[in-house]
Design a protein around this ligand. Structure first.
Ligand code: NAP
Length: 250
């Protein structure tokens, strides 16, 4: 029997990158997977790759009503929700203090922090009733360490997401709920198209790949209920931040 047979997983940002890889990995383990993102066509393509166990629920996670409506439909369809992967996130090319606008700050905080709050608030009542459930949050290495690479808005929003994750464990451990903050370093995904300095093909090839993070999320999702990985960081071996510190470019 597959390890997640009978389980229901909701993956946000499932139309590309890490979310796509996580949805595929969880489906491979036997879970029914609900795919959310704003662009239905991307979700449909991923659902086609997965097959009958995938359900598409398009929506904008910065809108709490839409988040709640999606989770209500998951509950109505499956009667349960075991794994919520709050993975969707955004960054902006004009990210430095010199370039930030109030609208840009709102986009980052809403897209990377408020959206995670909305997802967690929507799923926790179901998990409390089950006395079981996992929330897996894709934060970032920028949620633990401060650098200018990711920009102040992204860095602040991801620090918030990491803090949020720990507080879920602090309050909800008595309800059998576990929360894991996943902190990737550089992963070759479409979000890097927003980098102010474009990333070369060679650099992308040396980074972590979406599948690496998908495998990590699968591992977390398959852990026994008695344990939680509170926080985990996965980076490329060739960590460009470290390499720059060595005074080397390549
Ligand atoms: N790649 C990296 O180097 C890296 C490093 C650290 C952390 N991360 C984090 O990893 C997570 C996944 O990103 P990724 O790297 O896989 O990039 P990605 O391919 O751009 O994935 C982000 C996904 O989130 C969805 N999304 C964004 N805003 C949304 C919203 N308001 N509502 C619903 N869906 C939304 C996007 O789809 P739509 O545009 O169709 O909505 C997209 O599919 C993000 O939280 C990101 O911050 C990435």
């Amino acid at each position: 029997m597959k390890r997640l047979e009978g389980k229901v997983a909701w993956v946000t940002g499932a139309g590309s990158g890490i979310g796509e890889a996580a949805a595929i990995a969880l489906a491979e383990e036997g879970a029914s997977v609900v795919l959310t993102g704003r662009t239905r066509s991307k979700l449909d393509t991923v659902a086609k790759r997965i097959g009958a166990s995938a359900v598409v629920e398009a929506g904008d996670l910065t809108k709490p009503d839409q988040v709640q409506a999606i989770v209500d439909r998951i509950k109505a369809k499956f009667g349960r929700l075991d794994i919520a992967v709050a993975n969707a996130g955004v960054n902006l090319a004009p990210r430095s203090w010199a370039q930030l606008t109030p609208a840009g700050v709102d986009e980052l905080i809403q897209g990377n922090l408020n959206s995670v709050f909305y997802c967690a608030m929507a799923v926790l009542p179901i998990m409390r009733a089950q006395q079981d459930g996992q929330v897996i949050i894709t934060a970032s290495m920028a949620g633990r360490f401060i650098s200018l690479l990711s920009g102040p808005g992204y860095t602040a929003s991801k620090h918030g997401a990491v803090a949020l994750a720990h507080t879920i464990n602090m309050e909800e451990c008595v309800n059998g709920i576990r929360c894991s903050a996943v902190l990737p370093g550089e992963v070759a995904t479409p979000i890097l198209d927003k980098r102010p300095v474009p990333v070369t093909k060679e650099e992308l090839a040396r980074m972590a790949q979406s599948e690496d993070l998908g495998d990590l999320i699968r591992y977390i999702a398959c852990l026994p209920k008695r344990v939680v990985i509170n926080e985990v960081m996965m980076c490329p071996t060739w960590n460009r931040g470290y390499v720059a510190g060595l005074g080397r470019k390549s």
